[in-house]
Write a protein that binds this ligand. Structure first.
Ligand code: ATR
Length: 335
């Protein structure tokens, strides 16, 4: 087909700050071309403080929708007319859908496809979370989506490890309490002791079906000990991400249990030091690019309303992201 921009070209894109290194334009434009859609996906830098104005402007300009990335995922919420339950629960929106209401006024819906992107990618890699024991490293925005998704998928136990243990406590409290309200699923047990160390809970005392959440400060010892009895380890921190590729949450010299599946949300580099250590120990590894591609495919599905083949679009987006990343490495080497 003619892929030239013309008067009928539909626009979608991503807002963030900064945004120039985003892989989303390469992923989405490859998918749009393959689907034969006269649409384009653009990266738009939006300064903090101007998010609501920018989003309303995009809706008024006739954009079909946009992705929202760091640091704007919570900041777009005041611009919304409607928000999906998972986005509301997490206080984070990564996909906006713009339509018009009956009177022709712009209507803005907020979704979170990160959660389904993560759980869908786990399943696509042959890991069914239901009934499993999971260790999540980190307690930031990414960890919230991961823990929420795992609770919804019916895991038996989640251990959250974070450098700042208070943040882990807040995450577990927020998600399990809200989750319990909605689905009577998830529980945190706490010591009444006011000592900060009291949030270090003993796993044996905390297994409360159908899911229990345990939290520890992140140390070599708590990580290795928690992983010893887990099925899945998920790194949601930025440790190991380019350019600090030598960073690794797992202690040097300790073997990664062979029965563990290790999932790193970092996708640059594709094989982080954590994943390399896990692979060398014989554990299963999953890189972060599958989740990135799948959240993108799910967003495109919302915008196009075409009942896309999400598996095929995810695979296509993953390939496009890898070739974009490789060409970026080439440019750095050339430059
Ligand atoms: P995101 O939205 O990507 O999750 P974030 O909210 O800034 O980003 O969270 C980053 C996570 O990585 C946090 O869990 C952070 O730990 P703290 O809460 O203690 O800050 C974790 N993190 C970042 N750098 C780290 C490091 N060098 N060692 C351990 N954890 C680190």
């Amino acid at each position: 087909m003619d892929f030239a921009i013309n008067g009928r070209t539909q626009l979608i894109g991503v807002i963030g700050w900064p945004i120039e290194h985003s892989l989303s334009p390469a992923m989405h434009n490859a998918a749009l071309e393959a689907l034969g859609l006269n649409w384009r996906y653009v990266a738009m830098p939006v300064r903090p403080g101007e998010v609501v104005t920018a989003v309303r402007g995009l809706a008024a300009l006739g954009f079909r929708g946009c992705n929202v990335t760091v640091p704007h995922k919570p900041a777009v919420i005041p611009a919304l007319d409607v928000i999906s339950p998972e986005a509301e629960m997490l206080g984070a929106v990564n996909t906006l859908v713009f339509t018009r209401d009956g009177a022709g006024a712009p209507h803005i819906a907020g979704h979170n496809t990160d959660v389904a992107g993560f759980i869908g990618d786990l399943r696509a890699n042959g890991f069914e979370p239901e009934g499993r024991r999971v260790v999540v490293i980190g307690a930031g925005g990414a960890a919230r989506g991961v823990v929420y998704g795992l609770l919804g998928a019916g895991v038996a136990q989640i251990t959250v490890l974070n450098r700042t243990v208070e943040r882990a406590r807040q995450l577990v409290e927020d998600l399990t309490q809200k989750d319990r309200k909605q689905e009577a699923r998830g529980k945190i047990e706490e010591d009444d002791n006011e000592d900060p160390a009291s949030c270090v809970l003993h796993p044996a005392s905390c297994i409360v079906p159908p899911a229990s959440c345990i939290l520890y400060p992140l140390t070599d010892e708590t990580l290795v000990e928690s992983a010893r009895t887990a099925d899945l380890l998920v790194n949601t921190t930025t440790v190991g991400m380019w350019p600090k590729v030598e960073g690794c949450v797992w202690p040097e010299g300790a073997p990664v249990p062979e029965i563990l599946t290790v999932y790193d949300l970092v996708y640059n580099p594709l094989e982080t030091r954590l994943l390399r250590l896990a692979r060398q120990s014989g554990a299963r590894t999953i890189d972060g690019l599958g989740m990135l591609a799948r959240q993108g495919a799910l967003a495109l599905d919302l915008w196009t309303e075409q009942a896309l083949d999400v598996e095929a679009v995810t695979a296509l987006m993953r390939r496009a992201a890898i070739s974009r990343q490789l060409s970026a490495v080439g440019q750095k080497a050339d430059g």
